[in-house]
Design a protein around this ligand. Structure first.
Ligand SMILES: Cc1cc2nc3c(=O)[nH]c(=O)nc-3n(C[C@H](O)[C@H](O)[C@H](O)COP(=O)(O)OP(=O)(O)OC[C@H]3O[C@@H](n4cnc5c(N)ncnc54)[C@H](O)[C@@H]3O)c2cc1C
Length: 443
């Protein structure tokens, strides 16, 4: 019990302050995830679908990290600042992810955080993934969402629903060199996520998929795609089925790349399926289980998007307060000395902390095997609101320079607005929260 308790609600971290020394040349950075770190949490209880008995646990503050999580936070922060940081503006202007960033994410073990070591991953817990997503977003929310979708949606899909053969075939690639996408949305199916027009037809060898998908994150870089299609339209959402599609499958094409307001370096494309033949081995889960699979993954994934928004809020707040408290003087005083500014700064920090508590509570509940759907919805709702509010304030606090591309806060603000749209809009999160509350309070 003691060791499980450490993994689930660790007592205050005693992690060494500097476990990974960054060398002068970024390409020489050693893997963030040392063997010691990976062993520490390799028995994440949720992987065994167990509910953990928490009754004997001494309650600890929700935001305390385990040693491994602390190490993850510090190491990813260093990596993001030193390796990704110098590329952020150029990637945003080019509206493209630098391939070397993707390579480094793999090298650092950040693309297989929860994948067990036997399949080449880091074997860490869900909260470690959340920590990494948050730290990446403090520097670049585009890189963060690449890592987030790959880890919390696709890797989790294989871990939870893959057969042993599928795990052996795909997890080592997902952990080491192949980016992935989660393909649910379509032109006519966004919030109404299961009104799919993409169809799959079964034949002797497998399935044939026809249709198209919209707004698919990572699709320009991805080699593996999880695709949802309706196999039996007469069954409604219960006819939806998940398939594994490889990039080079004939008939599959990546079409228009969207030009976006924010997270511009993250690719978002239209995908077309013209008689795409998928062998029966590429069925993920059972026929008709696609709905169940997608809804479960998105419930978890929302905690990841919330973490992306939290990192973004922290990144913009920290940049702005350093400017206010160190650099900019007006009326003979640093602008951060004015009470009018201090009250805004304090309010923003309080909001960030509130979002953080919701997120880490949702993550811990998920790891403990408890219901977390409402907590995840609240975390995403709040974090996306806080990210938009705080990054907007950061632009204002920097004044004229905040409005220019010379400073990072305008990008954080543009990037923040996606938080209330993808993986369920804010209205859809409120709908989920209200539905669960209504169930509880209806007599
Ligand atoms: C950058 C980006 C990346 C994305 N990545 C992916 C991806 O990787 N994979 C994927 O499958 N999808 C992805 N999406 C799609 C995304 O999940 C959808 O855009 C989102 O679910 C909203 O759907 P929609 O755009 O059709 O909006 P709509 O559903 O048309 O919603 C428009 C507005 O109506 C409101 N609304 C809709 N229904 C209701 C209701 N019942 N009650 C109250 N309000 C309602 C919404 O809250 C919203 O404000 C991405 C989108 C973007 C922009």
């Amino acid at each position: 019990m003691a060791s499980l308790a450490r993994a689930i609600r660790p007592i205050a971290s005693k992690a060494p302050r500097r476990l990974v020394q960054l060398p002068a040349r970024p390409t020489e950075i050693p893997s963030i995830l040392t063997r010691q770190a990976t062993r520490c949490l390799s028995s994440t209880p949720i992987r065994r679908n167990e509910t953990i008995d928490l009754t004997d646990l001494i309650p600890t503050p929700i935001t305390h990290y385990s040693e491994t999580e602390s190490m993850m936070a510090e190491s990813v922060a260093n990596f993001a600042t030193n390796v990704i940081g110098p590329k952020v503006r150029d990637m945003d202007e080019a509206e493209a992810m630098d391939p070397s960033v993707v390579e480094q994410l793999f090298e650092q073990g950040l693309m297989g955080i929860e994948i067990p070591e036997e399949y080449g991953g880091a074997g860490m817990n869900f909260t470690s993934a959340i920590v990494a997503i948050e730290e990446l977003a403090k520097v670049d929310p585009s890189v963060s969402v690449l890592c987030d979708v790959h880890n919390t949606l696709v890797n989790t899909a294989f871990l939870k629903w893959g057969t042993e053969a599928q795990k052996k075939q795909y997890l080592p690639r997902l952990a080491s060199n192949t980016v992935s996408s989660f393909c649910l949305s379509e032109p006519g199916s966004g919030s109404d996520a299961f009104a799919l027009a993409t169809k799959a037809v079964k034949d002797a060898d497998g399935y044939t998929i026809n249709g198209s998908k919209s707004w698919i994150t990572n699709s320009a870089e991805a080699g593996i795609f999880i695709v949802f299609a309706t196999l039996d339209p007469s069954k409604g959402y219960k006819g939806i089925t998940a398939f594994i599609v490889e990039k080079d499958t004939p008939g599959f094409s990546i079409a228009k790349k969207e030009k976006k307001l924010g997270i511009k370096a993250s690719s978002t494309c239209v995908l077309n399926f013209d008689d795409v033949k998928v062998p029966k081995e590429n069925l993920l889960g059972k026929e008709g289980e696609g709905y169940k699979l997608a809804i479960g993954l998105l419930n978890e994934g929302r905690i990841g998007i919330a973490a992306q928004m939290l990192g973004l809020a922290r990144g913009s707040w920290e940049y702005a307060v350093k400017y206010c408290w160190n650099d900019r003087k007006q009326f003979g005083s640093l602008i951060g000395n004015f009470q009018g500014m201090q009250f805004q700064i304090a309010q923003a920090y309080t909001e960030i902390s509130a979002a953080s508590h919701l997120i880490y509570n949702a993550a811990r509940k998920k790891e403990a095997g408890e219901d977390f759907i409402m907590e995840a919805a609240m975390a995403k709702l709040k974090a996306s609101q806080v990210a938009a509010d705080v990054s907007r304030s950061a632009v204002e606090w920097l004044g004229g320079v905040g409005y220019t591309r010379e400073f990072p806060v305008e990008k954080f603000y543009r990037d923040s607005l996606i938080g209330s749209i993808y993986e369920g809009s804010s209205n859809i999160q409120k709908q989920t929260i209200a539905k669960l509350l209504q169930k509880k309070y209806t007599t």
